[in-house]
Design a binder for this molecule. Structure first.
Ligand code: HEC
Ligand SMILES: [Cu+2]
Length: 370
């Protein structure tokens, strides 16, 4: 610094911003780029990598980091060195030399390099996109319809001509699945972060994406999220995706198709086995997947603590079976004061078999009469 100021005194602006500064700038820039790229690649940005598509998308992200960090560093370094070397001190206002007009060579260089980079990255993005959307060579791909509804997902299956639906998503590992995404009401967005794929459910049309899950899930599964603000219950519009081994998936399909009886309607239950209302309320193990009443409702007898809906411990005291049944099947018929319409899913009539509804009503009515 001492050397710098002596020179500055002799010739206030000269001698600074010369070759030495350019040398320093290159060294600082290279080190900062290397450090920036290393940090960018080391940060664990995303959830588990759970599909073939996810690997390609994450690689794409890494390439973007590798390309964009040096650009950021270049711009920042030049700005910082320029601020250091060409800073005006009082009294130097007139030492700024004659204005420079244009430098064709420089302008060609700094237009061409970013243009080439952008075109290359766009081409790579397009290749990645067509890659992750490609239909599998083997044909006969599984199709699952994911239907959004305020505020729940339903997954409709057609396995060997047998149709059934589930509120949790089950898929076999290493097989491509084509999702047909629909909505019964407003915009939703079907997203499984571990798979990286995400698409809007748009009223009136069916959108698609395909995914090849390549990692088994534990008992917890992967979250299925609605990624489009769709109303008051948006944050609760979640489900779970389970990636099973081929054998486990086949067993699940068998369970679903036998439980739902051959002639059951697409969204219907038809469960004949004895069902326990309390279990349904707490764990939501219905013929079609989860119910999770307890996720929204507190009920002392069942030990649930959900705080979205009314505390049923007190809310249903003394109510009769008919009231409870209507509350479940047609929750918007009568809205509990202090709560909003449309939060409690209105499709339990489809999600639950009549036997399950009766079991829930019976259980809640017994609790209400206590
Ligand atoms: C996403 C959250 C949510 C889920 C899941 C949910 N409910 Fe509700 N429930 C609500 C809300 C909010 C209300 C109050 C508004 C209304 O009356 O629709 C309510 C109201 C009720 C009522 C009426 C209570 C009263 O004060 O009169 C009953 C009974 C009920 N729910 C039972 C159930 C049962 C049984 C299930 C499972 C099959 C269930 N709920 C699942 C949110 C939920
Ligand atoms: Cu939604």
């Amino acid at each position: 610094m001492g050397e710098e100021s002596t020179r500055a005194e002799a010739d206030p602006l000269g001698g600074r911003g010369g070759r030495r500064s350019i040398g320093q700038m290159i060294v600082v820039g290279l080190i900062a780029s290397a450090v920036g790229i290393a940090i960018g690649l080391l940060i664990d940005w995303f959830p588990t990598v759970g599909s073939k598509q996810a690997h390609k998308i994450d690689t794409f992200w890494d390439v973007l980091i590798i390309c964009s960090v040096p650009v950021f560093v270049l711009v920042t370094t030049v700005v910082l060195f320029a601020a250091r070397d060409f800073r005006m001190r009082p009294g130097q206002e007139n030492l700024d030399g004659p204005p420079i007009h244009g430098n064709t060579k420089l302008e060609i260089v700094w237009t061409t390099i970013p243009a080439v980079m952008l075109v290359a990255l766009c081409a790579y993005a397009l290749i990645t996109l067509s890659d992750i959307e490609k239909a599998p060579a083997a044909g006969n791909e599984r199709q699952i319809t994911a239907t959004g509804q305020q505020f729940a997902w339903t997954f409709q299956y057609n396995e060997g001509g047998k149709k059934f639906s589930s509120t949790q998503l089950y898929v076999p590992i290493n097989e491509s699945v084509k999702f047909n995404v629909k909505t019964d009401d407003v915009l939703h967005d079907f997203w499984v972060p571990a798979w990286r794929m995400k698409i809007d459910a748009v009223p009136g049309i069916t959108t698609h994406y395909r995914v090849t899950p390549d990692k088994l899930t534990g008992p917890a599964g992967y979250p299925v999220v609605c990624a489009e603000l769709c109303g008051l219950g948006h944050a609760f519009m979640r489900s779970t995706a389970h990636v099973l081994s081929k054998a486990a998936y086949a067993a699940w399909v068998t369970k679903m198709t036998t439980a739902a009886a051959p002639a059951a309607p697409a969204g219907g239950g038809g469960q004949t086995a004895a069902v326990d209302g309390k279990t349904l309320f707490t764990k939501g193990e219905t013929s079609t997947g989860a119910t999770a009443c307890g996720g929204c409702h507190k009920l002392a007898d069942a030990g649930t603590v959900g705080g979205v809906g009314p505390d049923l411990t007190t809310a249903i005291k003394g109510k009769d079976a008919a009231f409870i049944k209507t509350s479940i099947l047609d929750p918007n018929a009568e809205i509990t004061p202090g709560f909003d319409k449309g939060i409690m899913p209105a499709n339990y009539g489809q999600l639950l078999s009549p036997a399950e509804v009766d079991a829930l009503v019976k259980y809640l009515q017994e609790v209400a009469a206590k």
